[in-house]
Design a protein around this ligand. Structure first.
Ligand SMILES: C[S@@+](CC[C@H](N)C(=O)[O-])C[C@H]1O[C@@H](n2cnc3c(N)ncnc32)[C@H](O)[C@@H]1O
Length: 261
């Protein structure tokens, strides 16, 4: 039932999607042509994908501590690393999009809710060695493997905050003071997603970018996405179906743009 709804939402998205030529604002046109429509395949990306491939064969079993909406695929308390890698991590296409966003807009303080095995974190961190990725994870055994993965790739510009986002996020934000990019990829439920957005928004500046995963995954996530779009500080929003990108730049007019990705 859930997957049928998702297919229906995807078809609606395809009909809503506009071409880059209908992008009037120069900022939006540049985002589409220089970031969204580009491809990336440098050595860092190749290495991250080689790591993913290796994780997708790991039979090692870990104990899962699940605080979030959980997985619709496997709700058992222990899982093989290969299953976590296959089902939880953003795919290469989206990992590379994150990478290009970092390289183009150069955010310095990057926040990620939902480290998992550290695949998306690796894209965020490798994109710019001068940025720092503050990544958050609730499951200690998963986070331990993520740290191993950072060490394997010599990633030093990342720190993991362990624990429930509901307890760790506000404390860490006080320490970080400003957030330039926030990637929200954990606990995909309406109220927590809105709460994370509002908490991060207190530390946002005019150039802050928000990226939300799974904005059409459920009715609750669609409600959260609509709420985020209607926030008075939100100006430009981009719907790529599997992720939504939010800008709060005050000089942009409020616009919601759907584009095929
Ligand atoms: C979809 S996975 C993240 C995938 C990762 N960003 C990637 O693409 O490689 C979501 C992660 O968020 C964590 N999580 C969900 N809800 C949480 C919460 N309330 N507190 C802490 N961690 C949470 C889960 O343990 C899971 O590892």
């Amino acid at each position: 039932m859930k997957s049928l709804q998702l297919i229906f939402r995807y078809i609606k998205y395809l009909f809503r999607a506009r071409s880059k030529h209908s992008a009037q604002a120069p900022f939006l046109y540049e985002l589409i042509t220089q970031v969204i429509d580009k491809t990336t395949d440098d050595n860092s990306c190749k290495n991250i994908e080689a790591l993913r491939k290796e994780l997708c064969t790991q039979e090692r079993i870990i104990k899962i501590t699940d605080f979030g909406a959980g997985s619709t695929i496997n709700n058992s308390k222990t899982r093989k690393v290969k299953d976590v890698a296959k089902n939880s991590a953003k795919n290469a296409k989206f990992g590379k999009l994150l990478y290009r966003i970092i390289q183009f807009y150069k955010p310095k303080n990057i926040l990620e809710l939902g480290t998992s095995l550290g695949i998306s974190t690796s894209y965020l961190a490798k994109a710019d060695a001068n940025a720092h990725v503050f990544t958050f994870e609730g499951c200690p055994e998963t986070a331990k493997i993520a740290q191993e993965n950072f060490d394997k790739q010599n990633i030093t510009n990342t720190s993991i905050t362990l624990g429930d986002f509901n307890l760790t996020l506000s404390e860490k934000l006080k320490e970080i003071e400003t957030v330039d990019l926030a990637f929200i990829d954990g606990n995909h439920q309406e109220k927590p997603t809105i709460a994370y957005f509002e908490e991060c928004l207190k530390y946002a500046n005019n150039n802050t970018i928000f990226i939300f995963d799974d904005i059409h995954w459920s009715d609750g996530m669609e409600n959260a996405w609509n709420y985020i779009k209607s926030n008075t500080r939100t100006t430009l929003t981009i719907d790529l179906f599997f992720v939504g990108i939010v800008f709060v730049k005050s000089e942009l007019s409020k616009e919601d743009f759907t584009i095929r990705f």
